[in-house]
Design a protein around this ligand. Structure first.
Ligand code: SF4
Ligand code: SF4
Ligand code: SF4
Length: 681
């Protein structure tokens, strides 16, 4: 078979076209993408879940398609995405084979021809020859292959958002008269993906899609064809709030798949003992007790636990025109991600990650550590207020104050200690604070609507996926954090897209949400949140600047440790620190029984804190690696001029301009939350 393969050289300004003939003679020519002005942006974005062309609308790719009537860009769940010549009479099955076959030998689900005009083909059409008349003239010919692992709702959403992005850019003008209907279709698909739709919405989808089909005189309408072919999958999203693929972030639940070999490692790692099963048999999770900590995922040797993977969603968002993709990165990510690229654990590679994210197409690269400083401003003020009342003899004041930035721990207390929900600090986590500020303050300042922004959090943590999906952190159907990418998921993308992370020069964060203090960065290790809060609280309580801000008594590796910090001659604070939920339970039991008293407690669900999160790279010598990651964060802290949250000029500026002062009414509205007794999967 004669084939033309366009190999995309990663990380370069042009594309090499290799014409491979029957006798393997090679005829090369250059295809300059955007006239050679691609900067360092990637053309094919990949993860181990699939691929997306980021240059769908590139004029030269279109030109190439027009030059040769049988050239098609193939992407999706196939092993070798690229641009191929499809000879006359080639069937869909043969085209898939030409592109390396479907990933992980999964079953074919559907294929979409051309975005957004083409057809939508299912299994029945696998052996029919590809009809080139299905591709629309003047557009790149695309073939997107879906496997059984693809969520049909997420794919439909991508398709519609892509179309809307094109219309917003002034392209596909024939769709303009149907824009009202397409906008409504988009909102309905969004509701379905979040488990917020009713079956009436399926009727509306049909109704609106019929109108679009008639206005634009389409031969094929993807949404109508999706409803006809995958009605039950849509119904499952609506009626059962279930996305079997784990691609819909708001519907994700931990699930053990058929890959399970019954080794019991997950059951032994689970801090709340909610996994059961016999040796060598498939295990099950009692989701009503699960805290989403992810320790089971980290322990499973065969990757049998599906925790919801957002890498393909991220790549699709990056490829969608007119979407503004904003990332934040948690402190613990930067000292662990490098392990996958040959760096010693604990090496801070934040600048290289920033550059790599921009190469993928992220529009703004910000830092969660900035929001950690804002968290501390609120948490330390709340602590100060409670302490002042306590020292005045107010019996109603709730102490200890418990830090609340770990969603796994928050879910644990909501499920198991519903009588103690007034003790955690009401301050949102740095991730949620960051996303609120981005969507409610920064976006407005930039002139963007809230729903134009896709806020992606790069986290060491699987429980953050659950936190992002909590309704408290949303406005209507728009969630503050759209979804979370874990450190391991980002590694998969960077490796598959072949970004040479080790050799990147590195770039700074975008500002103003990129500058952080040393206090903001140590959040990532056990004892770090309470140490950061103590740095600010002690200075607030005494009114004096303290020279010694490294509180060694708060550091260490014991699962449950307590320390005393002398603030003044008369005031000594008793502080507790727990990492691991079993240790936290012991501490809470003693407090509830009145056997122990603390002024403040930090609890993190993972051993070592977020540096040991369930989304971090797996480590063989775990303790050693965790110590190095923790030291990496301490080194960043020591290297910074500003090491106290209340001295971060960008944090002070946001109070001056928008929030007035810590714990103000405006700050409460945006930066605080409430906890509820709940049994939730
Ligand atoms: S996520 Fe955590 S709590 Fe849930 S099953 Fe896994 S180990 Fe247990
Ligand atoms: S660790 Fe993985 S393979 Fe072992 S029992 Fe748990 S899910 Fe099954
Ligand atoms: S300790 Fe950190 S990584 Fe672990 S669950 Fe809590 S927030 Fe997530």
């Amino acid at each position: 078979m004669i084939s033309v393969l366009v190999e995309v050289e990663k990380n370069i300004k042009n594309v090499v076209v290799n014409k491979i003939t029957k006798n393997q003679e090679t005829n090369q020519r250059k295809l300059n993408i955007n006239g050679g002005k691609m900067n360092k942006k990637q053309i094919i974005l990949r993860s181990s879940l699939g691929s997306v062309f980021s240059a769908f609308d590139n004029p030269e790719l279109i030109e190439l398609s027009e030059e040769d009537s049988r050239i098609v860009a193939i992407s999706g769940r196939i092993n070798n995405p690229g641009i191929y010549e499809i000879p006359e009479g080639t069937t869909l099955r043969e085209a898939i084979e030409l592109a390396g076959g479907i990933m992980n030998k999964k079953d074919f689900k559907a294929a979409q021809f051309g975005i957004p005009f083409g057809g939508f083909f299912t299994k029945e059409q696998l052996d029919a020859p590809i009809n080139f008349n299905d591709f629309h003239k003047g557009q790149t010919r695309n073939l997107v292959i879906l496997s059984e692992d693809d969520c049909i709702v997420q794919f439909s959403k991508f398709y519609i958002e892509f179309l809307l992005g094109k219309i917003a850019k002034g392209e596909y003008r024939e769709y303009l008269p149907a824009k009202y209907e397409i906008d409504r279709i988009n909102r309905i698909l969004d509701r379905i993906s979040k488990g917020k739709a009713t079956m009436r919405d399926v009727y509306l989808l049909r109704y609106l899609s019929d109108i679009v089909k008639s206005i634009v005189k389409q031969d094929h309408n993807l949404i109508l064809e999706v409803i006809d072919n995958f009605y039950h999958e849509i119904e499952e999203h609506i009626e059962e709030h279930r996305c079997y693929t784990g691609e819909c972030p708001q519907l994700v639940k931990f699930r053990i798949t058929s890959k399970c070999i019954g080794c019991t490692a997950c059951a032994r790692a689970c801090p709340v003992h909610c996994i059961s099963g016999k040796v060598k048999e498939k295990h099950e999770i009692d989701i009503s007790k699960c805290t989403h900590c992810g320790q089971c995922v980290a322990a499973c040797p065969v990757g049998a636990i599906n925790e919801g993977d957002n890498t393909l969603k991220f790549l699709r968002d990056l490829a969608t025109p007119n979407k503004i993709v904003v990332t934040q990165m948690a402190p613990a990510v930067r000292v662990a991600l490098g392990e996958a690229f040959g760096f010693e654990a604990g090496t801070n590679i934040e600048k290289k990650i920033n550059e790599a994210l921009r190469m993928l197409g992220v529009d703004y690269v910000f830092d969660t550590a900035w929001a950690a400083d804002l968290t501390i401003m609120e948490e330390a003020t709340e602590f100060q207020e409670r302490l002042e009342k306590y020292f005045k003899g107010d019996d109603n004041v709730k102490l200890p104050i418990l830090t609340s930035c770990c969603p796994s721990w928050v879910k644990f207390i909501e499920q198991s200690y519903p009588d103690m929900l007034d003790v955690p600090s009401s301050v949102k986590s740095p991730m949620s604070i960051f996303s609120t500020v981005v969507k409610d303050i920064w976006a407005k300042e930039k002139g963007y609507a809230r729903n134009q922004i896709t806020a992606v959090a790069i986290m060491p943590c699987l429980a953050k996926k659950y936190e992002a999906a909590r309704d408290e952190f949303s406005r209507g159907d728009n969630y503050d954090t759209d979804y979370v990418i874990t450190t391991r998921e980002l590694i998969k993308i960077l490796k598959e897209t072949e970004i040479d992370v080790a050799n990147l020069e590195g770039e700074e964060f975008d500002n103003p949400l990129g500058e952080y203090s040393g206090a903001g960065i140590i959040f990532g290790r056990t004892g770090g949140v309470i140490e950061a809060a103590t740095r600010t609280a002690v200075e607030m309580l005494t009114g004096n600047r303290v020279d010694q801000i490294e509180f060694d008594v708060l550091r260490g590796w014991d699962g449950f440790r307590s320390a005393e910090v002398q603030v003044t001659e008369d005031v000594t604070l008793k502080i507790g620190i727990a990492h691991g939920l079993e240790e936290a339970a012991k501490m809470l039991d003693k407090i509830r029984a009145g056997e122990e008293f603390y002024h403040a407690i930090e609890i993190m669900a993972c051993k070592g804190g977020c540096i040991g999160g369930g989304g971090q790279p797996k480590a063989m010598k775990k303790k050693e690696v965790l110590e190095k990651r923790a030291e990496g964060l301490n080194n960043i802290d020591r290297s910074l001029e500003i090491r106290r949250s209340h001295e971060n000029p960008q944090v002070l500026a946001i109070y001056e301009k928008y929030l007035d002062y810590p714990m103000s009414r405006k700050a409460h509205e945006l930066l605080h939350t409430k906890y509820f007794p709940k049994i939730k999967g």
